[in-house]
Design a protein around this ligand. Structure first.
Ligand code: PDD
Length: 309
């Protein structure tokens, strides 16, 4: 099939592929333009969601749209469309792009207006949705796990809102990469909060533990699904604070996100986790997670879009 042929094409093709919906119109990335006075650009005055598409079907889209509504309410932004309309447009965008393994990105800002801090009056929000081929997860991340580095959590006090103000996240992950790590985890007052674009879990005396979904973290959709799966598998779960010392002493650590799904962490700073390999609890939970995805029939790590590194 044409679309499948596209999916196995080389990464050099990737920048040309994908589609945009901007304020009511479908267009290519090259044609999509937003004002220099957009409040997203000027102030980071906006919110977003990233949704994974499997086999042409957006996964857990209702939860993502619900969270978008919560983020909008929290920043006092009135969404110009209903949740159903967001879903319908996302589905049409995916269908028109022909992409099967993809990411849908939704961003809503408070619109374009001369640069003054207070909310502008009579200005419509800017709504953009994009679909792109999914960012490949390196095969070694799946097979051998990842290394993380911890950083002080210098973000604001409302990390439960999925805002586009991501500078502390950008700086931390960049510094982690430069130090040879794959993700950065934030630590606030000695407690682990979350990753720069992921939630964190530990296995402690057989119990699956993750920090509580309060203002200090984003209540990840994947986090919620993995907690449910863990309970379904018969593990004890708890949402409680995790001191950095517990993270480093855990028998297993893993992170979750829409794009990364579930990834085992095998080293935190200088501490090796467990025996330095992805653990059994991670494997069990990730297997069940994969089995619940739309159109999943293949074993983890066998996607043609994944690269080895
Ligand atoms: N990020 N915590 C933060 C700070 C995040 O940015 C994300 C997701 C998560 C995981 O949430 P979910 O399971 O709903 O994806 C936790 C997305 C993927 C992004 O920034 O593109």
């Amino acid at each position: 099939m044409k679309n499948e042929a596209k999916l196995t094409s080389t990464r050099a093709d990737v920048p040309d592929r994908g589609l945009v919906w901007l304020n009511g119109q479908f267009m290519d990335f090259a044609a999509a333009r937003v004002s220099v006075e957009d409040r997203g650009f000027q102030f980071g005055d906006g919110i977003y969601e990233t949704i994974r598409v499997y086999d042409g079907t957006p996964f857990a889209i209702e939860q993502h749209i619900e969270r978008l509504s919560r983020s909008a309410a929290a920043i006092e932004l009135e969404l110009p469309m209903s949740g159903e309309e967001f879903v319908t447009i996302a589905q049409e965008l995916i269908a028109r792009s022909g992409l099967k393994e993809a990411e849908v990105y939704i961003q809503v800002t408070r619109g374009a207006a001369p640069r003054l801090h207070p909310f502008p009056i009579g200005v419509s929000p800017t709504v953009v949705m994009t679909v792109r081929p999914v960012r490949p997860i390196p095969r070694r991340f799946r097979e051998r796990g990842i290394v993380v580095k911890t950083f002080p959590d210098e973000r604001w006090a409302r990390c439960d809102i999925k805002t586009i103000c991501l500078l502390p996240n950008v700086l931390a992950v960049e510094r982690a990469r430069r130090a040879g790590a794959d993700e950065a985890l934030f630590v606030r007052d000695g407690l682990v909060t979350e990753g720069t674009s992921s939630n964190v879990f530990i296995v402690h005396r057989g119990e699956v533990v993750t920090p509580p979904a309060d203002h200090r973290i984003l209540a990840g959709v994947t986090r919620g699904l993995v907690l449910e799966i863990a309970r379904g598998c018969g593990y004890q779960t708890d949402e409680r604070e995790i001191p950095l010392s517990d993270l480093k002493a855990a028998s297993e650590v893993f992170i979750t996100s829409t794009v990364k799904e579930v990834l085992a962490v095998v080293r935190v700073d200088d501490a090796v986790i467990g025996n330095g390999e992805p653990g059994d609890v991670f494997r069990r939970l990730y297997d069940v997670y994969r089995s619940q995805l739309p159109g999943r029939r293949r074993a983890p790590g066998s996607e043609s879009v994944e690269e080895s590194r």
